[in-house]
Design a protein around this ligand. Structure first.
Ligand code: DC
Length: 228
């Protein structure tokens, strides 16, 4: 059974808001567990694409989501190594095409339902930092601190552009911005658990903030609420 008293910091927001890095930094600084819920949707997308299952096959998608044999192995890097059925898929799930498929798979209510308990099982003492789109609204509605992290679409596209360039990939800005806008639209317009701030969320716009400033702000809020 999940311990309802375990402290949870829910960090939601759109792609490229910096929440992935920031959530992991907050978890590391606090010594708390970390849930990358987006990775779970990406894993379902990867499993579906490998099994030849398309987004209309909702029962099959839910079955894949329920049966994911996944382990998040801590590593020296900030990001955990993601192992699916014994295979390191850390890179494969970050592929752009899998990201697009993940946002389609995430629209399917049966998939969201199938991933609920798995996400909640990450909550353990002394606390959990949960990163996603619906952590504060649907998965951990009783979270002690809810952050909704945003940044302008242009800034998010520019960050993504830099990230890919640094990896040596040849990219241009315009399609990245178009992709971010399309994904925002899909994530915020879907019927089930759309991307939107929880009523009691603190909305932080990171456009003009450094990663460290955002992290410090979140830690400060957690202290104010007696979570740390
Ligand atoms: O954060 P990310 O880019 O790894 O997420 C991949 C996709 O999964 C993204 O398009 C939105 C979706 N997602 C979701 O619907 N709910 C979550 N809690 C996390 C991610």
């Amino acid at each position: 059974m999940r311990d309802e008293r375990v402290a949870v910091i829910a960090i939601d927001g759109p792609s490229g808001s910096g929440k992935g890095t920031i959530s992991q930094l907050v978890a590391r600084t606090a010594g708390w567990h970390f849930l990358d819920s987006g990775a779970l949707y990406r894993l379902v997308a990867l499993a579906a694409s490998r099994a030849g299952v398309d987004v209309t096959q909702t029962a099959e998608l839910a079955r894949l989501a329920s049966n994911l044999d996944v382990v998040f192995e801590p590593s020296k890097e900030l990001e955990a190594v993601v192992v699916l059925s014994g295979e390191n898929v850390s890179r494969a799930i970050r592929d752009e095409a899998i990201g697009v498929l993940a946002s389609r798979v995430a629209v399917v209510p049966e998939v969201r339902e199938a991933l609920l308990d798995r996400q909640r099982a990450f909550a353990g003492a002394p606390g959990l930092v949960a990163d996603g789109r619906d952590m504060g609204t649907a998965v951990f509605p009783a979270a002690g601190l809810k952050i909704f992290l945003t940044a302008s679409a242009e800034e998010r596209a520019a960050r993504r552009y830099k990230q890919l360039k640094d990896k040596g990939e040849s990219v241009s800005l315009a399609p990245l911005l178009a992709d971010i806008l399309a994904r925002d639209e899909r994530d915020s317009q879907r019927a089930v658990s759309p991307l939107k701030p929880a009523e009691d969320a603190l909305v932080l716009d990171s456009t003009e903030m450094t990663i460290d400033e955002v992290q410090q702000r979140i830690l400060e809020e957690a202290r104010v609420r007696g979570l740390l």
